[in-house]
Design a protein around this ligand. Structure first.
Ligand code: SF4
Length: 559
């Protein structure tokens, strides 16, 4: 028998000091990791995703669906706001087990970015006509202020782009690892209580950087919000980068900079830099933050490739230092960060604008409109001389520049086509993502389920005297912001009578604004889709019976 150390029994082996394991890189370009570490990074390196536009225009739209390179179809098309939609016939139970190519329909979802812009009547009409002519009359207002179509054929994409671009609208980088559509205050420039109008900054960021190859290969999606309204009406806490109106005691109105917010599976609230940035310097600051994300963002694991993970690891002081020293080459001005008030942010109803006109917030049900409805809206806007419309971060829209003399007539007309200015709290406070009707990742149906929930809750609680938000999502992704609603519903399969059926994990008491909080995930609280009406009824009945005077739903949950 050998007496070498190798032959000793493990128990007799002397203890060794463990060698430190070499730290694996996160794929940060700025640290020299330029070789792709996963297939998404490889695809972006193989060909700049923006190049797919030319192939769509000159090849795929002429030769048809079967001519599309799979790497474009399931990858680069996203940079043009195009996803294949879910093929009919796959239920939620199959979503995780069916290969992606089998889930692909031969039709596309198309996302049109509005970026907080004012849409004049002619543009609203164009959006509606595109829907009627090319999208089987589908159109949803999303919570990122997009219009989303379905049933788009590749052959029709060039004609659609031409019509949209005529109205200043694009689908460029509406999806993909890129600067996604911006959220802007729907009442920018017209609200009497506005701190600062950020419209020109958003327009300039879009003009300079959307479609710019310098920012078309980010580690993952990059979401921007900007508001100068004191209600913080663009959910800035949960965006990668947000500019939020603030007043410096000497310099006057400007913007604080918040970074690293985001939802999905590791929700984090944005961190506030506590600075003051003047309006005309916002585009540079935006480019600095986007550049940090591009250069230092984590690219090894998709699950860590959002800015929030870098901000969490660095801390806000280091983030500011890198921004100032490496990208802006100047110090930012200190300024205390504004607190977000606990306020309604949807602008529903009729309000006075500072120019003597009115603005009117309108609610479709869970953002679902149609081409026919948009054309009818454009007709009404033209007839009554309305200046334009903006989409909101709550799947609603706001009409701007309404003559006070015609406002009630207009409100009545729009009510008749399904756009309510004075909706019930349920209709005003409910959002739903795309869900299983079209989304390949969905586990459950959402839009129609949420619409039926709204109808039922309006019947059961006709006199509800307080807003209660309900956000319904079709899977663990949080496209409709599960964690920030009073009642957040995350689609999943749940057991019922020994069978798996469509249902939801419930989060209660989420909020943005003052006391921002992510909803409590209550493990035992899973509800079948069929049992949802009764579940919400029970929770709300308890709240109404137990609340103290003025106590909001989220405060009651976290009591
Ligand atoms: Fe699709 Fe899930 Fe997003 Fe809903 S939350 S749109 S189901 S990915």
């Amino acid at each position: 028998m050998s007496d070498s150390p190798q032959a000793a029994s493990p128990a007799a082996r002397p203890a060794r000091t463990p060698r430190p394991r070499p730290k694996r890189g996160e794929g940060q370009w700025a640290l020299g990791y330029r070789e792709p570490l996963n297939k998404n990074e490889q695809a972006k390196k193989d060909d700049n995703p923006l190049n797919v536009r030319a192939r769509i225009l000159h090849t795929y739209s002429k030769r048809g669906f079967d001519s599309i390179d799979p790497a474009d179809l399931r990858g680069r098309f996203r940079w043009m706001g195009l996803y294949t939609q879910r093929a009919p016939g796959f239920d939620g139970g199959k979503t995780a087990t069916v290969p992606e190519e089998e889930l692909d329909d031969r039709y596309f979802m198309m996302r049109v970015r509005s970026d907080g812009a004012l849409l004049p009547p002619a543009t609203v009409r164009a959006l509606g006509e595109v829907s009627r002519d090319h999208a089987r009359d589908t159109a949803d207002i999303t919570d990122r202020q997009n219009i989303q179509y379905h049933w788009i054929r590749i052959e029709d994409v060039p004609a659609i782009w031409e019509r949209l671009e005529h109205g200043g609208l694009v689908t460029t980088e509406a999806c993909g690892d890129s600067p996604r559509p911006f959220l802007g205050s729907p009442v920018a420039g017209i609200a009497a209580d506005e701190i600062i109008d950020g419209t020109s900054a958003l327009e300039e960021i879009k003009r300079r950087y959307i479609g710019d190859p310098e920012f078309s290969n980010l580690p993952r999606k990059f979401k921007t919000a900007l508001t100068g309204h004191p209600s913080h009406d663009v959910a800035p806490e949960i965006n990668d980068v947000a500019f939020v109106g603030t007043v410096h005691p000497e310099h006057g109105p400007g913007f604080d900079l918040w970074v690293g917010g985001g939802l999905s599976t590791n929700p984090m609230l944005a961190q506030k830099l506590g600075v003051w940035i003047p309006l005309d310097e916002v585009p540079d600051a935006w480019a600095g933050v986007a550049s940090i994300f591009r250069d230092y963002g984590y690219r090894r694991l998709r699950s860590r490739a959002r800015l929030k993970f870098l901000v969490a690891d660095w801390g806000v002081e280091k983030f500011r230092q890198v921004l100032e020293e490496e990208y802006l080459h100047r110090r930012l001005v200190d300024c205390p960060s504004p607190e977000t008030p606990f306020a309604h942010r949807d602008h529903l109803g009729v309000h006075d604008a500072k120019d003597g006109t009115k603005y009117v917030g309108l609610a479709p049900v869970v953002g679902r409109v149609s081409g026919t409805m948009l054309v009818a809206l454009a007709d009404a806007m033209e007839r009554h001389g309305v200046r334009g419309a903006r989409l909101t971060a709550y799947q609603k829209l706001v009409l701007i520049g309404v003559d006070p003399d015609v406002v009630e007539e207009l409100v009545a007309e729009l009510d008749a086509i399904g756009l309510q200015a004075r909706p019930s709290p349920w209709r005003g406070g409910t959002m739903a993502c795309t869900g299983i009707e079209f989304c390949k990742l969905a586990i459950v149906e959402t839009k129609d389920r949420a619409r039926r929930l709204v109808d039922e809750l309006e019947r059961r609680f006709p006199d509800l005297d307080t807003p209660i938000s309900v956000n319904m999502n079709g899977c663990p992704n949080a496209c409709a912001r599960t964690q920030t609603a009073d009642i957040g519903l995350k689609g999943q399969l749940v057991m019922h009578d020994g069978e798996q059926v469509e249902g939801f994990q419930v989060h209660l008491g989420g909020a943005t604004g003052l006391g921002a909080n992510f909803g409590r995930k209550l493990r035992a609280h899973k509800v079948t889709s069929a049992g949802l009406d009764d579940y919400v009824t029970a929770v709300v009945t308890n709240y109404l019976a137990d609340r103290t005077e003025g106590e909001a739903f989220a405060a009651w949950v976290h009591r």
